[in-house]
Ligand binder design. Structure first.
Ligand SMILES: CSC[C@@H](O)[C@@H](O)C(=O)COP(=O)(O)O
Ligand SMILES: [Zn+2]
Length: 260
């Protein structure tokens, strides 16, 4: 749906009243000189993630939940070039998982016509609702993708132990940090034709693996979350390191679990 105030005017009478803000009130949600404001942070972090190869070719991204609001990038745009004025803002309420393409409940829709919220929105929402996450990162890192291929079609998860970087990952993504002698396990789900169709599979895997801090998507990438954007970023860095290590260990014929 195109972004414009006509979204509001053209709503059928039977639809609930839209919460969408307009003009200066809407822009106040994304305007701040504080570099740690979510609208500024998403832009900065996407630039950083781009240099890591995590969000190239418009894929991947990050969403931040800040109090009652969720901040998101647009879909199909070069993520390393987005500006705060391109950011969508949604109210956070467990009952209002936004449907793809339906911007009815958005608080702020960028004024640049044609922008649509990230297709990852319902997947980010899984992390916010099922893990009370404060931020969720989606990467198309080649380490994540190659790992799902090296593990083979039948692998339902990636397991690794005896690696120092395991200590940077939290139980369930939001609990206590793992210890050196713990085994880290990240479930793998199959990819779908459209990003939003991963929503159910991701939620199911999160329920089946309550201790998992991320969900790998075969031939696609990974979703990683944390209590805060800082924790999500730290875990994304540790997990990406472990995914890369996993790829190299498999290729070298080394066991992933154990210290032999
Ligand atoms: C290279 S396009 C990849 C997208 O289809 C998708 O996988 C993705 O991660 C980004 O979705 P987007 O809607 O652009 O935020
Ligand atoms: Zn993706």
């Amino acid at each position: 749906m195109a972004s414009s105030s006509s979204n509001v005017a053209s709503a059928p009478a039977s639809e609930p009243v839209r919460a969408q803000l307009q003009g200066a009130e809407a822009d106040a949600l994304i305007t701040s000189t504080d570099p740690e404001h979510p609208a500024n942070l998403i832009c900065e972090l996407c630039r950083d993630f781009y240099t890591l190869g995590w969000v190239t070719g418009t894929g991947g991204g990050i969403s931040i939940r800040h109090g009652k609001h969720v901040y998101l990038a647009p879909s199909g745009v070069q993520k390393e070039r987005i500006k705060p004025e391109h950011i969508f803002v949604l109210p956070f309420a467990q009952s209002s998982v936004p449907k793809p393409g339906s911007q009815r409940d958005f608080l702020r829709i960028p004024t640049r016509v044609g922008l649509k919220e990230s297709a990852c929105t319902p997947l980010f929402w899984n992390a916010f609702t099922l893990r009370s996450a404060g931020a969720c990162i989606h990467t198309h890192s080649q380490h994540a993708v190659l790992l799902t291929l090296l593990l083979g079609k039948s692998a339902k998860s990636f397991r690794i132990s005896h690696q120092e970087m395991i200590k940077g990952v939290r139980l369930g993504g939001s609990g206590k940090t793992l210890r050196f002698f713990d085994t880290l396990e990240v479930p793998i789900i199959e990819n779908t034709a459209d990003e939003e169709d991963l929503t159910e599979g991701m939620a199911k895997a999160m329920e089946e693996y309550p201790n998992a801090a991320a969900i790998l998507v075969r031939r696609h990438g990974v979703y990683i979350w944390g209590n805060t954007w800082e924790q999500a970023k730290i875990q994304a860095e540790c997990l990406d390191y472990l995914f890369e290590m996993g790829c190299k260990m498999i290729q070298a014929g080394l066991p992933l679990v154990g210290d032999d």
